[in-house]
Design a protein around this ligand. Structure first.
Ligand SMILES: [Cu+2]
Length: 128
């Protein structure tokens, strides 16, 4: 019967939707999200840090990832090489060869995780 048929079609569509949604959320969880950062987001530090550290939820590919820092007046800050912590590809170190003057700094990160997914974000911290 017609009504019975359309009910089963709906049921199949609903099941497919749940499966697709499940897959999509699993993939989202596998992306590299920023979990910790030093200096912390929105922190006010009293002295210039000598490096930034960014800890991600997944390992990242250094050759396809970058971290940019912009200082007061939106001027780009010179940073050292994008470096991964030894034996931990989730921990990124960004050396700051030149001491930071007082002001607000914006850190923008773009990373490709080991599963090939791109994520990006930004945060600020202040040097007093
Ligand atoms: Cu992913």
């Amino acid at each position: 019967m017609m009504s019975h048929k359309s009910t089963s079609t709906l049921r199949i569509l609903a099941t497919a939707g749940v499966v697709l949604f499940g897959l999509a959320s699993q993939q989202a969880m596998a992306h590299a999200h920023l979990k910790t950062e030093t200096p912390a987001a929105n922190a006010v530090v009293t002295s210039s840090p000598t490096e930034l550290t960014l800890g991600f939820s997944e390992g990242v590919e250094p050759s396809f990832s970058k971290v940019e820092v912009n200082g007061p007046d939106n001027k780009p800050v010179k940073t050292g090489a994008f470096t991964l912590a030894e034996k931990d590809n989730t921990q990124v170190l960004i050396p700051l060869p030149t001491p930071l003057t007082s002001g607000k700094y914006q850190v923008s990160w773009h990373v490709v995780s080991v599963d090939g997914h791109k994520t990006q974000g930004q945060y600020i911290f202040t040097v007093k």
